[in-house]
Design a binder for this molecule. Sequence first.
Ligand code: ATP
Ligand code: MG
Length: 276
Amino acid sequence: MNVTDQLKDQSKDQSINVIELREITRFYKLAEQVIVRALRGVDFSARAGEFVSVMGPSGSGKSTLMNILGCLDKPNGGSYRLDGIETSAASPDDFALIRNEKIGFVFQSFNLLSRTTALENVELPLFYNRSRRLPGQAGKARTYRERAKAILREVGLGDRLNHVPSQLSGGQQQRVAIARAMVNDPAFILADEPTGNLDTEMTLEIMGLFQELNRQGKTIVMVTHEPELAAYTKRTITLRDGELVSDQRAGAGRDAAEDLRRWKKDHVLLAGEVSV
Ligand SMILES: Nc1ncnc2c1ncn2[C@@H]1O[C@H](COP(=O)(O)OP(=O)(O)OP(=O)(O)O)[C@@H](O)[C@H]1O
Ligand SMILES: [Mg+2]
């Protein structure tokens, strides 16, 4: 079965791993005798419903791994099965299709279209989704709009549909980006330092949203430099010099919504508590 057919095949076994990396290697040839081994045989699998953080010092291979997980780059060796689809033989077109249908990206810098409303930003991936454009479904603009609205409501932005990014706070912009990542119902959300540009309060809000989405069953993989943020995930893998050196599952973990309540109690004064 080719990739397009596999993407259309809805009868997939729910128990398969969403992500399955086997012996992944990636090297960069800088000169004839100089090769950087960015990933040296990484094995990693994740099942549906996991919330995984990827940690490791600078240069350890996190971005290289994210690019491979996100089908933005191909490894030099090993195999990557994404939601049951073997990606090593995929063509560039297949790669684009897999990215659009299977992966929801959330970046540090939000990457929203600046002159476009929250609603239009979220609708956009729906128009690119080929397998959903089945006969009779073409141009179902109204359905797309309803779906985008519903997702924006889910992330708490039901009253900001027609705002452009400059009219939204950083945390709200990242919510739009998360809604956009979810709109095609991807196999997993891939977040690269998603709170890197946010202050403490917005960071806790976004981590709370990720935890809520994960409770609803969404699979999330998040790169972070901060152990405090990894503490909100259920599993942490650590890379060092291109190798996966630890894989730890958390117990209860921290609750971001609870931490946000505590933070507000300490930092936000109510009217009347202070004279100005
Ligand atoms: N395009 C490239 N060409 C050559 N070497 C590269 C390239 N991209 C990454 N590398 C090298 O591969 C190794 C892993 O890099 P990578 O960007 O994955 O690290 P990282 O863990 O994301 O680091 P950081 O935390 O600083 O973002 C590094 O030694 C880096 O210098
Ligand atoms: Mg990096």
